[in-house]
Structure formats: structure tokens, C-alpha cells
Design a protein around this ligand. Structure first.
Ligand code: AHG
Ligand code: MN
Ligand code: MN
Length: 360
């Protein structure tokens, strides 16, 4: 029986009644996004049976090999969200330029940005993947009949809604419309996402961190310092042992952090100096930063809050450090201390690298 549980549509309509800033057919727009996620969940769960695994044989705008499911998931978002009349345009990891709503459909005043399949390197080995989305308003000077990429370049603090779907052992939808974070589980018997995790909150403290440690030699000193202190555990200055996880699906990592705390780092590194980070600001970092912030956690580049970063291009990358508030604040402090030189052990000016006797 459906009685007793709130489905995502009822939740959205109630949220929209509470918050008049969510104008127009906002709840209908999110319902279209939810439909996209249900379609993707179906494809992901059938895997080889549906012939959807493997490479597409092309590269996306990031120069990354596209999986078949990257392309299918992108098509699912377009198919389910383009006709409803709520959007002026969409943008996605898998499309170089924005996708203005075709003229045969009515256009609305929202913009949708998404990562159709996150963690897609995991898809062929049957591990958790997800979809991430962010909703923005068309800016005041935007011409809804001719939207341009610049209309999307708003800081994450202006997002109206953000969420992700996690295609794991169960399929979950996690959503914020700016008043807390709510988790819904897909009941496949009735085809509905039902509210199962109201008011998700990230504990401020943790003993768990997530980072791709194979990049260690490329990290900046503040991140090396943080991780080495975690690894030192009880014997180091943290005085407690830490656990480490790395799924290589940001959706799965953020979900774990929402469930039991933790900190996730994909920091700036020097592996490819043309890239300030691995993750993309508009459709990975920003929506996750809104979710984490709404759940009482923090999201930072190490030097500034992610939601304050002013985007300069649709596919720009950014360092990401997010999760339990105390840890993110500590890592931000380590970045500040590095910039001022406070993290250097004290050395006598006579004998240090800055010694008076050095002549280089
Ligand atoms: P995508 O599959 O959308 O390109 O994103 C993958 C991202 C993210 O989900 C994950 O945290 C990270 O890339 C994994 O990177 P590594 O393979 O370098 O660990
Ligand atoms: Mn991704
Ligand atoms: Mn992706």
C-alpha cells in the first residue's frame, strides 16, 4: 500500500506551497528530471541484458571516452525534460554547447544542468553510478527565446534546486530545494520514489576520508599534510585512527557522507597543470555543494567556498573538498597556513633555506 509514505511529487507540491519563490511549474520540472532518472535506473539495472554496457567509441568535450550509457543517459534527460515548457535550455557534461529547447516546444524560465551518468568508469564492472542535476533561474537579462551559455554562468549560491540519483543496490533520489535535504527510495513495484530519509544531516566530525591516493605526489602541500595526519592516526597529531574509502563515483561518495559523515577530496593537483581539478563546477561540484551545505556540511576548493566560485565556462573544473564541517574547515586552514608559510617548521634564519649564507 502507498499509504503513509510521501512520494516525490507530493513532497514537491508541498515545498512549492511553502516557498512562493519556486514559481511556475517548478514541481513539474523536477518531476521530469525524476522521470529521466527512473528511465536511466531501468537501463543501468538491466546492464548487459539491455545491451547498454561498453564504450560508445567517441570522446566527449572533456576528451574522455564516452560510454554507451553516458550517451543514453544524456538522451533520457533531453527526452523527458525538453517538452514540458519549464526550461529555456539545458547543459550537460556530454554536450559541448548548451541545448536550447527546440522551437516546437514551449520554453520556460529555468535552466537545467546535469551530469547524466557520474562515475561511468564503474558501469562496466557493475558498481554504483549516479546522475547529478542542478536547476538555475534564467537571469533577468536572459532572452528565453535565445538562451546563451553565459546565462548558465551563475555562482552555485543561485541554484534553486539540486539533486542526484544513485543507482546502487537500491535506487535513491536525494534532493534539495533550499530547505534541507531529503532522500527518496525507488519502489520498483509501484514505480515511485518514496520519502525514506527526511532531513539528512552530515555530522560535523568524522574518522573517514575519501581521496584517490594514487595522485599523492601531485597534491599540494596542504592536502599532503592533511592526509598524512589522517594516516598517522592515533600516533599523530589527530590522536585517532581514520578509515579510507574511494569508490570513484562522486555520487556514491557524497551519499556515504550524507549517511555516516566523512570528507571527500578531489583537490587541485599538478598531474595536468592545465586543469585546476578533476571535477566539473557546474554539474558536479555546485549541485553537490548545495546538497552538502543544506545538510549542515561544507564544500570548498580549499581556498574559497564552492558556491561562491564565479563560473567562466560551462565545463570548467574546480578542486573539491566537501563533507563534515570540522574537517573541511581544517583543510581550508591548512591551505591558509601554507599560503602564509605558517605550516613550515621553524628554522633558524642562519641555517634554513632562507639563510643569509645562501647565494642562490
Ligand atoms: P564522470 O564519470 O561523470 O566523468 O565522473 C567521474 C568523476 C567522479 O565521479 C569521481 O569522483 C572521479 O571522477 C573519479 O576519478 P578517478 O578515476 O581519477 O578516481
Ligand atoms: Mn561525473
Ligand atoms: Mn558523467
Amino acid at each position: 500500500m502507498l499509504c503513509g509514505r510521501t512520494n516525490v511529487n507530493k513532497f514537491l507540491i508541498e515545498e512549492q506551497r511553502r516557498n512562493p519563490a519556486l514559481f511556475g511549474d517548478f514541481s513539474m520540472l523536477i518531476s521530469d528530471v525524476v522521470r529521466s532518472c527512473k528511465a536511466i535506473a531501468q537501463g543501468v539495472s538491466r546492464g548487459s541484458l539491455a545491451g547498454v554496457l561498453g564504450d560508445e567509441g567517441r570522446e566527449n568535450v572533456q576528451g574522455e571516452a564516452q560510454k554507451k550509457l553516458d550517451v543514453l543517459a544524456n538522451q533520457a534527460f533531453i527526452h523527458h525534460c525538453e517538452w514540458g515548457g519549464h526550461l529555456a535550455a539545458m547543459a550537460s557534461e556530454e554536450m559541448e554547447d548548451i541545448y536550447p529547447i527546440p522551437s516546437e516546444h514551449p520554453r520556460g524560465k529555468y535552466l537545467l544542468v546535469f551530469d547524466p551518468l557520474d562515475g561511468s568508469s564503474n558501469i562496466d564492472v557493475n558498481l554504483s553510478v549516479g546522475s547529478i542535476f542542478s536547476v538555475l533561474r534564467c537571469p533577468e537579462n536572459c532572452n528565453a527565446d535565445a538562451p546563451i551559455a553565459a546565462d548558465f554562468l551563475q555562482p552555485g549560491s543561485r541554484q534553486v534546486a539540486a539533486g542526484y540519483a544513485l543507482y546502487g543496490p537500491s535506487t535513491m533520489l536525494v534532493l534539495t530545494v533550499g530547505s534541507g535535504v531529503y532522500g527518496f527510495t525507488l519502489d520498483r513495484d509501484i514505480g515511485e520514489f518514496l520519502l525514506t530519509h527526511p532531513h539528512l544531516v552530515i555530522s560535523p566530525e568524522t574518522r573517514e576520508f575519501a581521496i584517490n591516493a594514487s595522485n599523492e605526489r601531485f597534491w599540494e602541500p596542504p592536502v599532503q599534510r592533511y592526509v598524512s595526519e589522517c594516516l598517522a592516526g592515533k600516533t599523530g597529531i589527530r590522536g585517532k585512527d581514520f578509515n579510507m574509502r574511494w569508490v570513484a563515483s562522486m555520487v556514491a561518495e557524497v551519499h556515504r557522507i550524507l549517511m555516516r559523515g566523512g570528507v571527500f577530496l578531489y583537490p587541485r593537483d599538478s598531474k595536468d597543470i592545465s586543469r585546476p581539478g578533476r571535477l566539473r563546477l557546474m554539474y558536479e561540484a555546485n549541485p553537490m555543494a548545495m546538497i552538502v551545505g543544506q545538510a549542515c556540511g561544507l564544500a570548498s576548493t580549499g581556498r574559497e567556498r564552492i558556491l561562491d566560485v564565479l563560473p567562466t565556462s560551462l565545463h570548467q573544473r574546480v578542486p573539491v573538498i566537501l563533507g563534515s564541517r570540522d574537517e573541511v574547515e581544517r583543510i581550508e586552514r591548512y591551505h591558509r597556513e601554507h599560503e602564509t608559510g605558517e605550516d613550515q617548521p621553524y628554522k633558524s634564519p642562519l641555517f634554513s633555506t632562507r639563510t643569509l649564507f645562501r647565494n642562490d
